[in-house]
Design a protein around this ligand. Structure first.
Ligand code: ADP
Ligand code: MG
Length: 390
C-alpha cells in the first residue's frame, strides 16, 4: 500500500528525519492561508498523488507570493495528474502540500528496498539526486552506493558513517546523515514498510540535510498489525476496480485484456489466465472468489469484473472443493438476470455438487456457454469475443 508524500514526511519526521515545515490544503484559499501561516517569502505547492515524477509533470511549483500559491492550487486541484509513473488517466489531485521553499545546494538520493537475493533490507544512495533511480543507474552508475543491513544488528553507526563519506559529506552533515539513515531504517523496519525513498535528500545553502520528498510503501499483509498505517489508505488513488474488489473482500488485480475472469483459488486463476493466453486471448483481470462463495459473492464478483469497460466476455471457472457448484451456478444465473447481461458468459464447473450446478445453468434458459475442461473453457471464451470491426 502506498501513502502520500505528506504522510511519509510526517512518519519519517517522527523518527528523526529533518523535513521542511508545511501544511495540507484542500482548496486554493486554504493553500494561500497555509503560505501565510508558514511565513517567509517562498513556498512550494505540491500535488499529493500516489506517483512520483510530479515535478516534471507540472505537479510541483515554487511560488513567490500568496497569489501565485492560490492560482497554482486552483489550476491543480480536481485535475488528473499524468506523470511518467502513472497510466494515461493519471491520478486525481484532491489535496496539496504547501511547504517552505528550501535553498538547495545539492540533491542526493536515498532509498531502502527489500533485496530478495540477500533476503535483507538494502540501502541505496547516490550523490546524484533529483533524477529517478533508474536514470541514476544509467547515467551515473559509479555514484550508486548499495549496502545490505544485517537484521541481527540493524543499520549500525559505522555503516551509516561509511555511507556519508562515500557520498562526499563533510563536517556536521556526516552526523546528520547518520541520524537520517538510521531513522529511515527504523521507520522501515518498525512499520513493515516495503520501500522508503527520499529523492531528493538535499544539502541546503546553510549546509544542512533536509528531506524534500518522501515516499513509503507498506506490506499489505502486515496492515492488520499496523492500524496507524492502514488508516492512511486513500482509495481515491487506487485503481477503482481494485478498490471495489478490496472493499468486498475479493482478491482482484486489474489487467489490460478483455476476458473477465471469475475463478476460485489463486492457482486455478493463474492457470486460467495462462490458458486464455495460450488460446490467443488476453485476460482483463485476476480474480479469486475464495472458498465457500455464496451466490451473493458470485454476484459481487460479476459486478467487479463488469466495472471494467474493456470486458467483452466473462469466463467463470470453478473447481469446487470447499465451494459448491450449485451456489456458484445460482450466483451466475442471478447476476446474469440482475445485470441484464448481453455479453457472452462461458461457465465451466467441476467438483462438489457439479450435477446440481449444471442443472441450474441448463434450466435457466439463459444463453450461457458451458465447457467441460479448462482448455475448452478458455478456447470458447476466446472464440466468443465479439469480432472487432475491421
Ligand atoms: P517528484 O519526485 O514527484 O517530482 P519532488 O517532491 O521530488 O516531486 O519535487 C520535485 C522537485 O522540486 C525536487 O527535485 C526539488 O528540486 C523541488 N522541490 C521539492 N520540494 C521543494 C522545496 N520544499 N523547496 C525547494 N524545492 C523543492
Ligand atoms: Mg522526488
Amino acid at each position: 500500500m502506498d501513502i502520500h508524500e505528506h504522510q511519509a514526511k510526517e512518519i519519517l519526521a517522527g523518527f528523526g528525519v529533518p523535513v521542511p515545515r508545511g501544511g495540507l490544503a484542500y482548496s486554493p484559499e486554504q493553500a494561500a492561508f497555509r503560505a501565510r501561516e508558514l511565513g517567509g517569502t517562498g513556498w512550494v505547492v505540491k500535488a499529493q498523488v500516489h506517483a512520483g515524477g510530479r515535478g516534471e509533470a507540472g505537479g510541483v511549483k515554487v511560488c513567490k507570493s500568496e497569489h501565485e500559491v492560490y492560482d497554482f492550487a486552483k489550476g491543480l486541484l480536481g485535475r488528473q495528474l499524468v506523470t511518467r509513473q502513472t497510466d494515461q488517466n493519471g491520478k486525481g489531485v484532491y489535496r496539496l502540500w504547501v511547504e517552505e521553499a528550501t535553498d538547495i545546494a545539492k540533491e542526493l538520493y536515498l532509498g531502502f528496498v527489500l533485496d530478495r537475493k540477500s533476503e535483507r533490507i538494502m540501502l541505496v544512495a547516490s550523490s546524484s539526486g533529483g533524477m529517478e533511480i533508474e536514470e541514476i543507474a544509467e547515467e551515473d552508475p559509479d555514484s550508486l552506493v548499495r549496502m545490505v543491513v544485517d537484521p541481527a544488528h540493524g543499520l549500525v553507526e559505522y555503516q551509516a558513517r561509511e555511507l556519508a563519506f562515500r557520498l562526499g559529506l563533510k563536517g556536521d552533515q556526516i552526523g546528520q546523515m547518520v541520524k537520517a539513515v538510521r531513522a529511515c531504517y527504523r521507520a522501515y523496519r518498525d512499520l513493515d514498510a516495503t520501500m522508503v525513498e527520499i529523492n531528493p535528500l538535499v544539502i541546503t545553502g546553510a549546509g544542512d540535510l533536509v528531506a524534500l520528498d518522501a515516499k513509503m510503501s507498506f506490506d499489505t499483509n502486515a496492515l492488520y498489525r499496523r492500524p496507524q498505517v492502514a488508516a492512511l489508505r486513500d482509495p481515491s488513488q487506487e485503481d477503482s476496480r481494485e478498490a471495489m474488489a478490496h472493499d468486498n473482500g475479493l482478491a482482484y488485480v486489474g489487467l489490460d485484456g478483455d476476458i473477465g475472469c471469475i475463478i476460485n483459488g489463486a492457482g486455478l486463476a493463474m492457470a486460467t489466465m495462462d490458458m486464455i493466453k495460450l488460446s490467443g486471448g488476453e485476460p482483463a483481470n485476476f480474480l479469486d472468489i475464495g472458498g465457500g462463495a455464496s451466490p451473493e459473492r458470485v454476484m459481487t464478483a460479476f459486478r467487479t469484473v463488469l466495472s471494467d469497460p474493456n470486458v467483452s466476455v466473462i469466463l467463470v471457472n470453478i473447481f469446487a472443493g470447499i465451494n459448491r457448484c450449485d451456489w456458484v451456478a445460482k450466483g451466475v444465473v442471478e447476476a446474469y438476470r440482475a445485470e441484464g447481461l448481453t455479453l457472452p458468459v462461458v461457465v465451466r464447473l467441476a467438483g462438489t455438487n457439479v450435477d446440481e450446478g449444471r442443472k441450474i445453468i441448463d434450466e435457466s434458459g439463459l444463453p450461457l456457454i458451458t465447457a467441460e475442461t479448462l482448455a475448452e473453457a478458455a478456447e470458447k471464451a476466446v472464440a466468443a469475443r465479439p469480432k472487432k470491426a475491421a
